[in-house]
Design a protein around this ligand. Structure first.
Ligand code: GDP
Length: 433
């Protein structure tokens, strides 16, 4: 889905507006200062159009309202977004900070929508009109608090965002497959990218059609082109000094939006961190194909290697289906092995099991392992089908609730029977009386 970044000074009402846009009263506003939020983007829907909202309120905590920092932070989000919603407090007017943000926004050449917030009634319209002076076009007056003008604003947002299909949508058949190279800071993403690109880089593609840094890079690997998405986010290291965690989380999410397969780099020389497992879960939640690459294998020592095996068994049990490759970005060792791993993961991600085969599978599974009796009754599986692929999603129609353990068992058997190496799969049930 296309990404909308919401930018503005503290206290202009960004979070309230985000809640309005998301159409829910979720606790975005209630986030306690000082607590790191692990979500920075939210799925939004307007008039049947999906888009992703990136709320840059998340790292105001260390911004302290200083003009340069706010602009710098906004720049990070803007770099990764398809369009920007710039929120100004109409009752205050444009401040020096706002003007610093405007200068930055001009440089990026991203489409900007100006929201004049806190226009609670007709009288406020006049104050909003003054914001024409910012040179960002028509100020759209809204009251995030009361909801006034938000529908009109969202219409403008949808008009401004690029078509979904142009960004992520169903991939152009035969086009290069989209890869997100992700991992926590310092695992070696940029080293790996440089290794892969090497002298092979053919085209630096400017997807968003702006004149800024390239967003994606097309790389030839294994005789084919691959689109590494959001590589600008890997190469731009200057930003990482401030708001490093936020920046990393943001890049992970936006890269995943646009990718089909994620290559998650882990540092083989260090203990698996909470951030690593979070990133892996994010990939699964996003429903993307997954390859795990243990980088810095050149630093591997026997003792660590033994421990690593146990760590994998203990902490990566949820992802045993993901192909694992040991690599060294520094020496280039085994980097070429990423290609067959990505191929395998994508083939599973694309896979479709014919309905007949799936039902034969269900029939055998139930015959050999009936669902445990519950209160003398036994839920029966009537029929199943694969509802979609990318990733594979299955639906089973039943006469009653299937135990979560039994559903996990079906998924495990699905993997044993059909492979699905490298892709998350989903199983839902529909209960028919
Ligand atoms: P990023 O933040 O994920 O982009 O990480 P970088 O690519 O900047 O790498 C962080 C540090 O790890 C740098 O000092 C690299 O030289 C080092 N590094 C990256 N890959 C390897 C590797 O395979 N082996 C070793 N020994 N060091 C590596």
């Amino acid at each position: 889905a296309p990404v909308l970044a919401i930018v503005g000074r503290p206290n202009v009402g960004k979070s309230t507006l985000v809640n309005r846009i998301l159409g829910r009263r979720e606790a975005v506003v209630e986030d306690t200062p000082g607590v790191t939020r692990d979500r920075v983007s939210y799925p939004a829907l307007w008039n049947g159009q999906r888009f992703t909202v990136v709320d840059t309120g998340g790292w105001e905590q260390d911004a302290r309202g200083m003009a340069s920092r706010v602009a710098e932070q906004a720049e990070i989000a803007v770099e990764l977004a398809d369009a920007v919603l710039f929120v100004v407090d109409a009752t205050v007017g444009a401040t020096a900070t706002d003007e610093a943000v405007v200068r930055m926004l001009r440089r990026t050449r991203k489409p900007v929508i100006l929201a004049a917030n806190k226009v609670d009634d007709e009288r406020g319209q006049l104050e909003a009109a003054v914001l024409w002076s910012l040179g960002l076009g028509e100020p759209r007056s809204v009251s995030a608090l009361h909801g006034r003008g938000v529908a009109d604003l969202l219409d403008v947002v949808i008009e401004t965002l690029p078509e979904v299909s142009a960004i992520a949508g169903p991939v152009e058949e035969g086009g290069p497959r989209r890869v997100a190279l992700i991992g926590r800071p310092n695992v070696g993403k940029s080293s790996m990218l440089n290794k892969l690109v090497g002298s092979e880089r053919v085209i630096v593609d400017n997807v968003a059609g702006t004149t800024r840094d390239p967003v994606d890079e097309l790389v030839s690997l294994g005789g084919r082109m691959w689109r590494f998405v959001d590589t600008a986010g890997i190469r731009r290291r200057a930003h990482q000094a401030s708001g490093a965690d936020f920046y990393a989380a943001l890049r992970t999410q936006t890269a995943l939006e646009k990718a089909e397969v994620a290559v998650v780099l882990l540092d083989a020389s260090e203990v698996l961190s909470v951030q690593d497992t979070k990133i892996l879960s994010t990939v699964i939640e996003a429903g993307r194909a997954l390859v795990i690459a243990y980088n810095k294998w050149d630093l591997m020592e026997d003792e660590r290697r033994h421990y690593l095996e146990r760590e994998i068994e203990r902490d990566l049990v949820q992802m045993t289906w993901a192909p694992r490759v040991n690599v060294s970005a520094r020496t280039g060792w085994h980097a070429e092995r990423l290609v067959p791993a990505m191929d395998k993961a994508l083939a599973s991600w694309d896979a479709r099991i014919p309905t007949g085969r799936f039902n034969a599978f269900l029939g055998e599974l139930v015959a050999a392992n009936p669902h445990p009796l519950r209160g003398g009754k036994q839920p029966r599986i009537l029929f199943g089908t694969q509802a979609s692929s990318r990733p594979p999603k299955f639906v089973v129609f039943t006469t009653g609730f299937l135990d979560p353990g039994y559903r996990r068992f079906i998924i495990r058997r699905l993997r044993e029977t059909f492979g699905f190496e490298g892709t998350p799969i989903e199983l839902t049930m529909r209960i028919r009386e």
